[in-house]
Write a protein that binds this ligand. Structure first.
Ligand code: UTP
Length: 303
């Protein structure tokens, strides 16, 4: 069966970005000038996805408005002849894609959020895409997972090696064997293990391709780490009745779910952005120079 549906959960509280996320979805925070969720929708489109369900929490209307038309703004830009800006605004309406919305009433975890996609997905394989991770590669990561699915017809998660001391922030796999280059059979999926207990450094990153049987598992899934219903736990249970593979992503991943990763990603994308890249580069070089001088002034002079 063709994979044509995606679920984007965006109902988390985003506590790591408070107070910015008090009234705004974390997925609406921009990387230079584009909300992270728009990057995700663009990746979905480039991967052949046709229908998207966005799972929203309280006060997340800005996401719906972002992907809707904005007649007053469009008219204003048109009248002022600001064609370039008008094109940018029109691109956000996600032409060629159908976007649907549903509310997760309580932020009870990622696994709980996915439960609300059951009737939208029905009996099809689908992808879950998290706005916390932006991915860059020649073939979009979601498309890489779909390509693998077409060979195996099994669920498959994206993983990436992370520094060992960081594993406790992720779901981690216990790989059984590498069945093909970068494709792993998995013994166990473990949510946020203690560093000393982690079965590997292969962390689950924000793209999953799942078979619809995950909903039967999620229906019975009890809360796990942090008192939240964990998708990783449900995937581990699914793996006991049907194979769930892991695909190692070799492209560039930008973790925008924490403050430092977010700022770093803005700098990296800014250095590629045609409008600001030269100015930003000059600013970074001048700042580095200043910081080096400041550091040197603090050090005691060598004898
Ligand atoms: P995170 O744990 O990264 O998001 O969840 P969070 O809880 O919003 O962030 P912090 O830790 O408080 O800063 C991963 C993804 O799952 C969604 C989030 O929106 C994010 O995309 N999520 C999480 C839900 O949709 N519902 C939930 O109950 C929890």
């Amino acid at each position: 069966m063709k994979v044509r549906k995606a679920v984007i959960p965006a109902a988390g509280l985003g506590t790591r970005f408070l107070p910015a996320t008090k009234a705004l979805a974390k997925e609406m925070l921009p990387i230079v000038d584009k909300p992270t969720i728009q990057f995700i929708v663009e990746e979905a489109k480039a991967s052949g996805i046709e229908d998207i369900l966005i799972i929203e929490g309280k006060g997340k209307r800005s996401i719906e408005d972002h992907f809707d038309s904005a007649p007053e703004l469009e008219q204003n830009l048109q009248q002022k002849g600001k064609t370039k800006l008008l094109n940018l605004v029109n691109q956000t309406t996600a032409a060629g894609l159908n976007i649907y919305y549903i509310r997760q009433p309580y932020p009870n975890g990622l696994g709980d959020a996915i439960r609300y996609a059951k009737s939208f997905i029905a009996d099809e394989p689908f992808v879950v895409m998290l706005g916390d991770d932006l991915m860059s590669d020649e073939v979009p990561l979601t498309k890489q997972l779909i390509n693998e699915y077409e060979k195996t017809h099994a669920s498959i998660l994206a993983v990436k090696k992370v520094p060992h001391e960081e594993v406790s922030a992720y779901g981690v796999i216990d790989p059984q064997s590498e069945v093909d280059t970068g494709l792993y059979n998995v013994n166990k999926f473990v949510e946020k293990p203690a560093v000393e207990d982690a079965p590997s450094d292969l962390a689950i990153i924000g793209r999953y391709l799942l078979t619809p049987e995950i909903f039967d598992v999620l229906a019975k899934q009890k809360p796990g780490k942090g008192g939240e219903v964990q998708l990783t736990d449900a995937i581990d249970t699914l793996n006991q009745t049907q194979r769930v593979f892991a695909h190692e992503f070799k492209g560039q991943r930008y973790d925008v779910g924490n403050k430092f990763g977010y700022v770093r990603t803005n700098v990296e994308y800014g250095l590629e952005h045609p409008e600001i890249k030269d100015e930003l580069r000059a600013y970074i070089l001048a700042t580095a120079d200043r910081l080096r001088k400041e550091d040197a002034a603090k050090k005691p002079a060598k004898k």
